[in-house]
Design a protein around this ligand. Structure first.
Ligand code: 5GP
Length: 190
C-alpha cells in the first residue's frame, strides 16, 4: 500500500537496523485515516471469507483490528499479555518471545470468546520473527477455530516470520513489506 510505504519513509525512525519506530502514526499517536485505509485493504482481500471474528494482541494491534472489524461487522478479540504462569483453565494461552523487549511472556484469551465455528482473521501491526502471530494462531487452533489468514501492516520480509507462517499453510497479507534496512537507515520495499 503506497500510502503506508510513504508514511514509513517519511516518519519511520530507526534507532538501529532492526526495530522500526512508527510512534507518530501507529504505535503511540494513531493516524486514523491511514489505519482506515489499511482496514479497507484487508476487507477487500478477505471479504469473501465469512470472517466471524478479528483477533489481535494488545496493545498496538487493537486500533487496526477495530477499524477492520467494523467493515466485517464482527467483534474484535484482543489477546491479553500476562507474565503469570498460573493461568486458569478458562483461558487459552500461548508463549510469545517479544521482538522489541527480548522477553518471553504469555498471551491469553478467554475460552468464552473463541469457538469451534469461528472463522478468524488475525490483524497486527508488525510481523518480524512471527512469534506473536504464531501464538495468536495457537490460541485460535486450541479452540478448534479456523484461522482464515492474517492482515499485517508492516512485514519485515528479511526476517523469517512471514515465510514460516506461510509455510504452515496460512494466508498472510502484508500491506508494506520491507525487504531490507541498511546501516545508513535506507529502507527498501519488496
Ligand atoms: P514478531 O513476533 O513477529 O517477532 O514481532 C511482532 C510483534 O513485535 C508485533 O506485535 C510488534 O508489536 C512488535 N514488533 C516487531 N517488530 C517491530 C518493529 O520493528 N517495530 C515495532 N515498533 N514493533 C515491532
Amino acid at each position: 500500500m503506497e500510502l503506508l510505504r510513504q508514511k514509513i519513509l517519511n516518519e519511520g525512525i530507526l534507532p538501529g537496523t532492526d526495530v522500526l519506530k512508527i510512534d507518530s502514526f501507529l504505535n503511540h499517536q494513531i493516524d486514523v485515516s491511514l489505519i482506515n485505509e489499511c482496514a479497507k485493504a484487508w476487507y477487500s482481500l478477505f471479504k469473501d471469507e465469512n470472517i466471524t471474528k478479528v483477533m489481535t494482541v494488545e496493545a498496538s494491534g487493537i486500533g487496526l483490528a477495530c477499524m477492520t472489524a467494523q467493515y466485517f461487522n464482527v467483534p474484535v478479540l484482543f489477546a491479553k499479555k500476562t507474565r503469570s504462569t498460573n493461568i486458569s483453565d478458562e483461558y487459552y494461552s500461548a508463549k510469545v518471545v517479544s521482538f522489541t523487549h527480548g522477553q518471553t511472556y504469555r498471551i491469553i484469551a478467554s475460552k468464552k470468546y473463541i469457538k469451534e465455528n469461528d472463522k478468524i482473521l488475525i490483524i497486527d501491526d508488525f510481523l518480524s520473527n512471527g512469534s506473536a502471530l504464531k501464538a495468536l494462531i495457537a490460541l485460535a487452533k486450541a479452540a478448534g477455530a479456523d484461522v482464515v489468514g492474517a492482515g499485517i501492516a508492516i512485514e519485515k520480509a528479511f526476517m523469517d516470520g512471514g515465510n514460516d507462517v506461510r509455510r504452515m499453510g496460512y494466508r498472510v497479507e502484508s500491506l508494506a513489506k520491507i525487504s531490507s534496512i541498511k546501516a545508513n537507515g535506507e529502507i527498501s520495499f519488496g
